[in-house]
Ligand binder design. Structure first.
Ligand SMILES: C[S@@+](CC[C@H](N)C(=O)[O-])C[C@H]1O[C@@H](n2cnc3c(N)ncnc32)[C@H](O)[C@@H]1O
Length: 278
């Protein structure tokens, strides 16, 4: 196991967004976990910026519709996968590295009654356990920052897509190189590996065999979202401690505060890329 893999798993095993905290919130709000509707989970299970609108943006760019076969790279607790199944009628297979999140995704998907259309399987996106030419769309929300070999990840997306299939994903970008101290902090606190600027990332996607169809710089949107997110993490930290579940770790909070500054000043940011398998 590489350092990057160990670090990403370690980070997400302790992440404050977990199936346990989501179930605790549901129990608190409705007194039972019987008959949970998918919509009831969506306020809690999306581990990316921009929530459901960010999923709609990917769905549009990836042409996702009723019956589309979709792979969700780095699926987390399955939030985007369940949303695409529920809202668009897609059949979604998530690929997720962290065992606790794979287990959490299965539990939440079962609770929401979507197990016939959504499955999150344990795997690494640099070697995806799906057949070549087997999906109509590959999506990913804000996760490739953890994956050092983005070229291999994009090559895997290309391999499993049918001809004419579409890729749409969001990720961190570095508009300017990070100082050594900031890069070390982002690695120690958030398991962030190598980052690209938008032109370099676009070239990488093209090199994997895609025709790039759109690129959206999300940095200004993220700067606003992140301020609210930081406040949410601070609140969650108290709640997770009260509930006795994973509450994240100090390096995470320290690096998150700096991350919010770096996005606000425009050194780091986010982007949404879309392409088609030529
Ligand atoms: C910020 S979370 C996003 C989760 C999900 N996409 C969402 O929006 O709710 C990033 C996820 O990427 C997963 N991850 C990191 N490296 C991975 C890899 N090499 N292969 C598969 N999943 C990975 C982490 O375990 C984590 O669940």
């Amino acid at each position: 196991m590489t350092d990057e893999i160990r670090s990403a798993i370690d980070f997400y095993e302790r992440h404050p967004i977990s199936a346990e905290i989501i179930k605790a919130k549901l129990l608190d709000a409705r007194g039972t976990l019987e008959n949970v509707a998918p919509d009831e989970l969506f306020a809690h299970d999306q581990d990316h910026y921009g929530s459901l609108a960010a999923n709609d943006a990917l769905a549009q760019r990836a042409g996702i519709a009723q019956g589309s076969r979709v792979a969700d790279f780095c699926a987390g607790l399955g939030g985007p996968a369940r949303y695409l199944a529920h809202r668009y009628g897609a059949d979604v297979t998530g690929i997720e590295l962290t065992p606790a999140r794979v287990r959490g995704a299965a539990e939440l998907t079962q609770l929401a009654g979507l197990a016939d259309r959504v499955r999150v399987i344990e795997g690494n996106v640099i070697a995806v356990p799906l057949d070549g030419g087997s999906v109509d769309a590959v999506i990913s929300q804000e996760a490739f920052l953890h994956v050092p070999d983005k070229a291999k990840t994009l090559a895997e997306a290309h391999r499993i897509l049918k001809n004419g299939g579409r890729l749409a994903f969001t990720d961190w970008v570095a508009h300017r190189p990070l100082s050594q101290a900031d890069a070390a902090l982002m690695w120690a606190g958030m398991a962030a590996t190598n980052l690209y600027d938008i032109p370099a990332y676009t070239k990488l996607i093209e090199a994997a065999g895609f025709t790039v169809t759109s690129v959206d710089d999300l940095t200004a949107d993220w700067a606003e979202i992140l301020k609210a997110r930081l406040a949410m993490y601070q609140k969650l930290r108290g709640e997770t401690r009260a509930a006795g579940t994973a509450s994240g770790h100090d390096a995470f909070y320290e690096s998150y505060v700096r991350f919010v500054e770096l996005v606000s000043e425009g050194t780091l940011g986010g982007a949404r890329f879309a392409g088609v398998k030529a």
